[in-house]
Design a protein around this ligand. Sequence first.
Ligand SMILES: NC(=O)c1ccc[n+]([C@@H]2O[C@H](COP(=O)([O-])OP(=O)(O)OC[C@H]3O[C@@H](n4cnc5c(N)ncnc54)[C@H](O)[C@@H]3O)[C@@H](O)[C@H]2O)c1
Length: 351
Amino acid sequence: MKSILLTGGAGFIGSHTCLSLLENGYEIFVIDSYINSSRKSLENVLKILKKKYNRNLKNSLNLFEGDLKNVRDIEAVFQKANEVNKSIEAVIHFAGLKSVSESMAYPLCYWENNFYGTINLLKIMEKYNCKNIVFSSSATVYQTKINQLLNERDKCSPVNPYGQTKLAVEKLLKDIYKSAPSEWRIACLRYFNPVGAHESGLIGEAPFGKPNNLFPQITKVAIGIMSEIKIFGSDWPTPDGTGIRDYIHVMDLSEGHISSLNYLLKEKPQMITLNLGTGKGTSVKEFIRTFEKINNVEIPFSFVERRPGDNAFVVADNSFAKSILSWEPSRNIEDICRNGWNWQVMNPDGY
Ligand SMILES: NC(=O)c1ccc[n+]([C@@H]2O[C@H](COP(=O)([O-])OP(=O)(O)OC[C@H]3O[C@@H](n4cnc5c(N)ncnc54)[C@H](O)[C@@H]3O)[C@@H](O)[C@H]2O)c1
């Protein structure tokens, strides 16, 4: 059985990917500082598996509380894995801070966590001869285009510190790959807008404090924790005047990680960059209307000024990912609304 290390594995995307990896027979190691997550997410992953397969996979999930800013915390995981003869074959590197607005207020903190943390991780990976990594990058690295799908060859020019840290890590990975191209297998996955929750309602997105993204705001308004959605701009050059984004169900995204990992491990050493999105755009208004219809709830909204750095249209060209991975998103906006609402109703206060 292959052992995979997930940094930030207790977080939103990490916990759903943990579930998919365990379902696919992988042994998992997780390092998380819990700065933006709860221990309960991975307990619930085990509950889902117990219910579905009547199997207790607790022994396949090895948890370590630790911070990537502390190189010793990372080494402790690799050491432990070696001691128990389960040396780590690959890393999926989710750990990072992800709020655009916070990154503008605290750039040092974002650079230290996202960039320096990755340097520490790569140092230890080299030391333990682990040269396979899947990195959580983001569509925020792109310079956006008007009404055109973004593809991996498009120009990158992030407009905020969060996006800068993601692009900097991609560049660092490129240098590392070039230093030993016959050894490294690297995938940079540029996520578009991951949303929704596992259909069980036991794991989902549980942001600390006021959510920054649209979907958790919609579910918070629906349940009465927030009073309304403030839509940034009503005059974008789109059919209904609101911004268009590419929303991908978190389970489709998590399955994209399994496909990327399988691809990397079976193919020759290489570095690939892939857009993980659906290729379909949904406007803010359409998203709200769909949520209302599917879940029979009302979502009040009002319009405020556009945010600096925002764009009308951010949608993936996902044809490269679809062509090389045996992967394709299979869930739609309705599934996202249904599963996300189920999660919110079952867990009104998060974990
Ligand atoms: N959710 C999105 O919209 C989105 C979009 C594009 C890219 N990403 C990237 O995907 C990754 C996962 O995102 P998510 O939505 O699951 O976020 P999340 O905050 O839910 O998960 C990140 C996890 O990393 C942990 N973490 C952060 N810094 C750490 C450190 N220094 N040491 C150890 N653990 C640390 C957090 O506690 C959390 O559990 C992030 O790198 C994020 O930047 C997310």
